[in-house]
Design a binder for this molecule. Structure first.
Ligand code: KG4
Length: 331
């Protein structure tokens, strides 16, 4: 039997300090997540400098806890796999510098992970049998992309947002209607009480593209609410959700046509949205297989980073101490 490979994922790209130990890319031994949401809530969004300081305060404690919960010693780790982008540069630097120091001190391999690759890998933990190729609809606070996942480490972006990320639009809508931060889960909850009966615009590009735009719908919701502050907020949230989901689905169908791949995965914080999950599941009636990560693996966590780190590690990727944080890292 082949030896098990344990990767230590380290995630600090935004407002979650997380360290996880994952076996063979698929099995979580620990996934400690120290969230800063209560700290940033009062500012209505993530304050980068405050995020960095809190990562510094949390990182050693979270790492120790991850080893304890996995019930392993540091010697048993095969590779240290930190997120090195995309994200907030100061926040990324904390986890990455910590990982580099650990790697230097213990002589363990350092293998950098792209945060988006991590979100995609959350599906490998949820579905032990899932293998590429497939199409991934990546939707988070900072990114919205349709990705052709060719194999574990090779990706082609088929379409992306030309302006706001879908999560940004959720958060902005929530703020405008007075739901607070982080807005996505609050819009999700309120929308369930409403009807999608408000007409909202969709942005269509002339070219044959799989790109998105979410700034128009975001502005339309803001304007509607400003013009009519008594508008039914639940209906507005439901209408917004329906509109953006239709936009996502239209492009996903184009991606299926273009590639012939009938296997879809969802990824990123917005893939926790209950309406979006239900609508995507309906595609199964058209013979398309749909995968979505466990809810706790949709938003930022280090288990998904350790999983992606495993695949980078076994494909031979190695980094050295020159690895730097790349805030706008692409897939
Ligand atoms: O993937 P993530 O944790 O962080 C990034 O890498 O960006 O995504 C965070 C985003 C936020 O915009 C948050 O409002 C959104 O995911 N989100 C949701 C839900 N849960 C989190 N959006 C819609 N419905 C949800 N249930």
């Amino acid at each position: 039997m082949e030896k098990d490979i344990l990767t230590m994922g380290i995630e600090s790209s935004c407002d979650e300090t997380s360290v996880a130990i994952v076996k063979n890319g698929r099995e979580i031994l620990s996934n400690v997540i120290d969230t800063q949401i209560p700290i940033h809530e009062k500012y209505g969004g993530v304050v980068p400098e405050i995020a960095s300081r809190n990562h510094i305060e949390a990182i050693s404690r979270v790492t120790k806890k991850a080893l304890e919960e996995a019930n392993i010693s540091f010697e048993q780790i095969d590779a240290i796999t930190p997120t090195y982008g995309p994200g907030l540069v100061g926040a990324l630097l904390v986890g990455l510098s910590y990982a580099k120091a650990l790697s230097f001190a213990t002589n363990k391999p350092l293998v950098g992970v792209n945060h988006i690759q991590g979100h995609i890998a959350a599906n490998y933990i949820t579905y032990k049998e899932l293998e590429p190729p497939f199409i991934c609809v990546m939707m988070s606070g900072g990114n919205t992309q349709i990705v052709h996942v060719k194999n574990y480490t090779e990706f082609e972006v088929l379409g992306k947002t030309r302006d706001d990320a879908i999560g940004e639009a959720f958060d902005k809508v929530a703020r405008v209607v007075g739901l607070g931060y982080p807005g996505g889960p609050k819009v999700d909850k309120l929308a369930k009480e409403g009807q999608a009966n408000i007409e909202l615009p969709k942005t269509h590009f002339d070219e044959d593209t799989l790109d998105f735009s979410f700034s128009g719908i975001k502005t339309a919701v803001i304007n509607l609410h400003h013009k009519n502050p008594d508008i039914n907020k639940a209906d507005l949230c439901a209408s917004f959700e329906k509109n953006v989901t239709e936009t996502l689905m239209e492009n996903v169908k184009k991606a299926i046509e273009k590639t012939g791949i009938k296997k879809i995965t969802l990824a990123g914080g917005v893939s926790a949205n209950s309406y979006i999950r239900n609508e995507f599941l309906k595609l199964e009636q058209e013979g398309i297989k749909v995968y979505m990560p466990d809810l706790k693996l949709c938003t930022d966590n280090a288990a998904m980073i350790a999983s992606a780190g495993y695949y980078n590690f076994v494909s031979g990727k190695r980094d050295d101490l020159n690895l730097n944080a790349v805030p706008n890292l692409k897939l």
